[in-house]
Design a protein. Structure first.
Length: 212
């Protein structure tokens, strides 16, 4: 653990306050008709308890590099560093205001930029340089809506082939084989081994039609 308990508590308080504000009047979209078709992920922050469960499921070590695709206010990369001590954590978020919020949290808690980076970007239209940076990460975190997972599935398959561990919250890939689940059943962990060589090979031979 990089941060002392008192500082972690203060950090969690910051995130909980954002959650409470975000949850006011929010109803979870369970059907396609209830979802804004322009959105990639739910308009809500992942609770700190779920983030912790997801990061524990990934069995993070000090050698890991983590990326959150659609990082919101940056809580996944921030907690990956501050509580689990990963080597580097990257957050990519489309909304400028959330990127600003995440970077303000970095400044407030004096988190070094060389350890946690939060930047603006479209996760389905990454630049070649940023794409390679994400593919070099050992753990990739996602919380995308079930009907949007296919948009980054080819990219995630490439990451799996390189040995990345992929953690998805709430919405899972039905045909990706047996995933390890968190105790609360909200998070699924996919690895090259769990997906299986036959599925990876079928994807590699037909990149336009990955299994979903």
């Amino acid at each position: 653990m990089i941060f002392p308990t008192s500082q972690l508590s203060s950090l969690e308080k910051t995130f909980r306050e954002a959650e409470e504000e975000n949850e006011d009047g929010f109803q979870f979209p369970w059907t396609a008709d209830e979802i804004d078709p322009t959105l990639l992920g739910p308009v809500r922050f992942t609770s700190t308890s779920t983030v912790r469960a997801a990061l524990q499921l990934a069995r993070l070590t000090a050698d890991d590099t983590v990326c959150d695709l659609g990082c919101g206010d940056g809580r996944v990369p921030i907690l990956a560093f501050s509580e689990f001590g990963v080597r580097h954590a990257l957050g990519i978020e489309l909304e400028d205001s959330l990127v600003a919020t995440g970077n303000e949290t970095l400044r407030k808690f004096q988190i070094p930029g060389e350890r946690v980076t939060i930047i603006q970007g479209n996760v389905v239209q990454l630049s070649p340089t940023l794409r390679e940076s994400v593919l070099s990460c050992s753990v990739i975190f996602i919380y995308l809506l079930f009907d949007k997972l296919h948009l980054i599935e080819p990219f995630l398959f490439e990451a799996l082939q390189r040995g990345a561990r992929i953690v998805s919250v709430c919405f899972f890939f039905k045909k990706w084989g047996r995933a390890a689940l968190s105790d609360d059943m909200k998070c699924a962990l996919y690895t090259k081994e769990s997906v299986g060589p036959s599925l990876l090979c079928s994807w590699s031979s037909d990149a336009k039609n990955p299994p979903s």
